[in-house]
Ligand binder design. Structure first.
Ligand SMILES: [Ca+2]
Ligand SMILES: [Ca+2]
Ligand SMILES: [Ca+2]
Length: 458
């Protein structure tokens, strides 16, 4: 009789426990339905991710091409004669025109883009693709090292001229999605070539590392990511741009970024598009506690964080433009995409500019200049650690005792001594303002069509 009694008591207790749990969950959802929905979607993502093969995974950040064209509207007056630049509201909001008066980047700074590959022949990118010096020129037999089938620089990869495809383990960097090409354009599309747009750092060198391909479904994204990071570290990148992620901590991935930290490499990571609070539901690699990581969330033109973007006052460093961002797409196309990937690319571009402007800076100084100088907005107080939105000009100038390179006191669009709750200049961007952006860019460069460094004699 005794075992039956025990079973009955335990059974009743279990039923009570389930009922209590159900009650609290309901209470929770009644209190704040939006939070509950967010939590549920994050949990579902995690569950489906874990189900896959019972190990940590990295998901490709879902962001689709919104529109696509091979014809971009011509605006002869626009800066650098790049016709579509006036459509780039993000460049206006992040004060690119003034930043470009100081620097446009440095081809000696190598940026690794870990993504879906790239169209290396794109008219607005081709000259800014990194070239591995160890796989160019001619070998002893007079063959071109780029395609002689030999690992000429003995780095473990054969003919890795511009980077590596870790999905198919070869040097074919073809972008079968468009995402990688789009990210590359935001960071470093060529300027003054009468084509397309201008990247934030039009003088740049982009190392292409492919970790995801929609045409190869069963690939191990996490493993490809880690191998890409190791390649970037080994081959001398100064900045790594990565916009994938997942909710599982990976010791191997952590170690590879720790190795990058030891080498002084900045790691710019997307906060993710899971609509969730990263302080409670970590998203990796953005949330690893490493000093070289900058976690970036996405803004709309009104300085609001996108509903789809992850946020967190402990985990997300700052916000940057990420909605309807125009950039390059494979096949000499251009188009608009949305997400924290796009915002991440803005910050990577900023890092190139800061490094170009202050070549002696260590990664921690570059990070400090970017995350602590942006425009403060109350709308970001509950969303980011710094309450700030990227400002390219301020990132280059404001920490120099508040005095710009040209001796003018740096003045932003908002108060520099901002505290959350304070009234700020929201500076919304209207369509007419975006159209006027081309003119403002022209004014920024006039009377000479080409830039000189500020303070330099023409
Ligand atoms: Ca090689
Ligand atoms: Ca070779
Ligand atoms: Ca261009």
């Amino acid at each position: 009789m005794q075992p039956i009694k025990t079973t009955l008591i335990l059974g009743s207790f279990f039923i009570f426990l389930v009922a209590a749990l159900a009650f609290f969950i309901k209470l929770d959802s009644d209190t704040d339905p939006s939070i509950y929905t967010d939590r549920l979607s994050a949990n579902q993502t995690r569950a489906s991710a874990a189900k896959k093969n019972n190990k940590e995974v990295r998901e490709f950040e879902k962001s689709e091409v919104i529109s696509k064209t091979d014809k971009v509207e011509n605006e002869p007056s626009a800066l650098f004669n790049d016709p579509a630049i006036k459509q780039a509201w993000g460049l206006k909001n992040s004060d690119a025109a003034r930043a470009w008066k100081i620097t446009r980047g440095d081809k000696n700074k190598i940026t690794a883009i870990i993504d879906t590959g790239i169209d290396i022949d794109h008219e607005d990118l081709s000259e800014n693709i990194w070239v591995n010096p160890g796989e160019t020129g001619f070998d002893a037999k007079g063959l071109n090292k780029a395609n002689n089938g030999i690992d000429d620089d003995s780095n473990g990869y054969i003919d890795d001229v511009h980077g590596w495809n870790f999905v198919s383990n070869n040097n074919n960097l073809t972008d079968n999605h468009g995402h990688g090409t789009h990210i590359a354009g935001i960071i470093g599309a060529m300027a003054e070539n009468k084509k397309g747009i201008s990247g934030i750092a039009p003088n740049s060198s982009l190392m292409i590392l492919k970790y995801y391909d929609p045409k190869v479904p069963s690939t191990d994204n996490l493993k490809n990511t880690i191998n890409s990071i190791k390649y970037a570290v080994k081959m001398g990148a100064q900045i790594i741009n990565y916009s994938g992620g997942g909710t599982d901590f990976s010791q191997d991935e952590f170690d590879s970024i720790k190795e990058a930290e030891k080498k002084g490499i900045l790691f710019v990571a997307a906060a993710g598009n899971e609509r969730s609070n990263s302080d409670h539901h970590h998203y990796y690699p953005a949330d690893y506690k490493l000093s070289n990581i900058i976690s970036v969330t996405a803004l709309d033109p009104n300085k609001e964080v996108l509903a789809s973007s992850n946020y967190g006052t402990e985990t997300v460093d700052l916000a940057a433009p990420g909605q309807n961002i125009i950039s390059t797409l494979p096949g000499n196309n251009y188009g608009f995409m949305t997400g924290t990937s796009q915002a991440t690319a803005f910050v990577t571009g900023a890092a190139i500019l800061v490094m170009a402007n202050k070549s002696d800076f260590k990664f921690d100084e570059v990070k400090k200049y970017i995350v602590s100088t942006g425009d403060p907005f109350t709308s970001l107080a509950q969303k980011t650690r710094t309450s700030r939105a990227l400002n390219l000009f301020k990132a280059l100038t404001i920490l120099d005792s508040g005095v710009a390179a040209n001796g003018v006191i740096a003045r932003g669009t908002a108060n520099d001594s901002f505290t959350p709750g304070q009234k700020e200049n929201k500076n919304p961007t209207t369509t007419s303002e975006v159209t006027a952006f081309g003119k403002s860019l022209l004014e920024a460069v006039s009377p000479k069509p080409k830039f000189n460094r500020v303070g330099e004699k023409p």
